[in-house]
Design a protein around this ligand. Structure first.
Ligand code: HEM
Length: 508
């Protein structure tokens, strides 16, 4: 994303995609929790301040909606003619209806039935890794992507991508198409002109092909999951199938209004949902804190975009309508203002944290929190926006209102456990950890994601001792290649290579 910070009246422009998510972390460390920047030609804010984030992600007056313009390049990857989707749409009535239907399908009571799928695919991955052996360095990032695509395909659409079983990955396979399309999306977010006149830009025409290839695959899944008349998993997608899409979208919305979980149509497996940590799993105690610490340091979604619809208070500032607001999860979860010793991987931070908390204010746990208003770090943005009256500047951030709309009935695998002292729902004073975001636009798929992440980690840790390959250049080498390509990834094609030493062999 093109953005720049104001320094003494001049603007330093940087492209955060090229420089990696670390640039916003550096600025947050240096300038504090509310920073005025330029997003393209707009003035915007970057917010890492916990109290301001609680208001932005809540439902009160300070709540902000999606910046649909920033998200719109994603549309071209998902649907013909670039229609908005659940992720990219502003929170209008249509979004509410679809969100309600999809959330029902992702209720943990439904998702737990999918556990055997996750366990069995991960089991196949373990067998494959055992065959590869410890001498060869394996790209674990890609291994995780293989399981994830198989799990999403099977659980949501009854479609088997067969990623884990692939010996070699052809260039046209989703495993390759998806990362290339993600890269094109990020390029278009950084430079919207790229979508309008691709020929003017390096690899612009190729980017169009990547977007179309990803779009065809998304559409293929939707059409296959249709109740009747769609092609079977065995029949390849044909262009005529695309004409059925408006009908499918109407189906989802209609059943959403009727209160039925339309996306359940894709759910085709039965079975017990016992998760690994509910058994006598020796790694259960370790897996949850390790998962949380990994998600803190390396959040999959490293930045989110919101926009003020009307003049809105953000911390002590009143910002004008139409101001884009960047929410850099990577910086929020790694800045020295929100965490003690943030650059060190310390799963033990989470040992006595409420087990089910995935949204919390870690400053409270570390005894570092100040009252909400005082904890707002005033920055180079002093002249940012027409500030409110002096007494307003001292007013605490608006706490989120109790839940009351689309996702009222959502049942997540783990409800927020009260934010570790942050006051719980409706009274949270701040947020410094939210890998799945928070509030009405939080991740609707988080129950599936958590089940998969924990299962994969528990099974890998119980079978292997894992060691970073030397060619990665240590932790610093990996961090130096961090890059936002829609999700947090590493630059280049090497991925994250590791040696996996089978535990039985070592014990014998
Ligand atoms: C570890 C895995 C995952 C992480 C960390 C994650 C994180 C997030 C975050 C931070 C958001 C908010 C994005 C924003 O506002 O810009 C989000 C939204 C969303 N996620 Fe996930 N996600 C994960 C897996 C999944 C899965 C497996 C699915 C579905 C199969 C999913 C579906 C969605 C959808 C549809 C939204 C948009 C919700 C809305 O705006 O109403 N996610 N996710």
């Amino acid at each position: 994303m093109l953005c720049g910070k104001r320094v003494h009246g001049t603007t330093q422009v940087v492209q955060t995609i090229e420089m990696g998510p670390g640039v916003l972390l550096k600025w947050s460390d240096e300038y504090g929790g509310i920073l005025r920047v330029k997003f393209l030609w707009h003035d915007g804010l970057v917010v890492t301040d916990p109290a301001a984030l609680a208001a932005i992600c809540g439902r009160g007056e300070g709540a902000l909606d999606k910046a649909a313009g920033i998200y719109s390049p994603i549309n071209f990857m998902c649907a013909p003619r670039g229609h908005a989707n659940l992720l990219t749409s502003p929170a209008d009535d249509s979004w509410k209806a679809v969100r309600k239907a999809v959330a029902l399908s992702f209720a943990f009571s439904n998702i737990r039935k999918k556990f055997p799928i996750i366990r069995d695919r991960t089991g196949e991955l373990v067998q494959w890794l055992q065959r590869v052996g410890p001498a060869e360095a394996v790209d674990v990032d890609q291994a995780a992507l293989r399981v994830t695509l198989d799990v999403i395909g099977l659980t949501a659409f009854g479609h088997d991508y067969g990623c884990v079983r692939l010996q070699a990955v052809p260039p046209s396979h989703l495993l390759r198409v998806l990362p290339r399309a993600f890269t094109e999306v990020m390029r278009r977010i950084a430079n919207p002109l790229r979508a309008v006149a691709p020929a003017l830009f390096k690899n612009g025409a190729k980017g169009v092909q990547e977007a179309v290839a990803a779009e065809l695959r998304s559409v293929g899944l939707l059409v296959r999951a249709a109740p009747e008349g769609g092609p079977s998993a065995a029949r390849p997608l044909e262009l005529d199938d695309l004409k059925r899409l408006p009908y499918l979208t109407a189906c989802v919305k209609a059943s959403a209004r009727a209160g039925a979980g339309a996306a359940d149509r894709g759910c085709r497996s039965d079975g017990c949902g016992r998760a690994p940590w509910s058994h006598d799993d020796p790694f259960a105690g370790l897996t949850k804190p390790a998962t949380c610490e990994a998600m803190r340091m390396f959040p999959v979604v490293s930045i989110m975009g919101r926009v003020t619809e009307r003049p809105t208070r953000v911390g002590p500032y009143l910002v004008p309508a139409g101001t884009p607001v960047g929410i850099p999860l990577f910086a929020i979860q790694n800045t020295i203002h929100n965490w003690t010793d943030p650059l060190h991987f310390k799963p033990e931070r989470w040992l006595d944290a409420p087990t089910e908390a995935y949204v919390m204010d870690m400053r409270m746990r570390e005894g570092r929190a100040k009252p909400a208003a005082a904890s707002t770090h005033v920055t180079a943005a002093d002249d940012a926006a027409p500030a409110g009256p002096a007494e307003d500047a001292a007013a605490p951030a608006q706490p989120p209102r109790p839940r009351g709309s689309a996702d009222d009935e959502e049942e997540h695998m783990w409800e927020d456990g009260g934010g570790g002292g942050g006051g719980g729902k409706g009274g949270r004073s701040g947020i410094s950890f939210m890998p799945f975001s928070e509030g009405p636009r939080s991740c609707v798929g988080q129950s599936l994601a958590k089940l998969e992440v924990l299962t994969v980690l528990a099974m890998l840790l119980s079978h292997f001792r894992i060691e970073l390959a030397e060619e990665m250049g240590g932790r610093e080498g990996v961090i130096a290649r961090e890059s936002t390509h829609l999700t947090l990834q590493t630059r280049g094609t090497r991925g994250i290579r590791m040696h996996l030493h089978p535990r039985e062999r070592e014990q014998a």
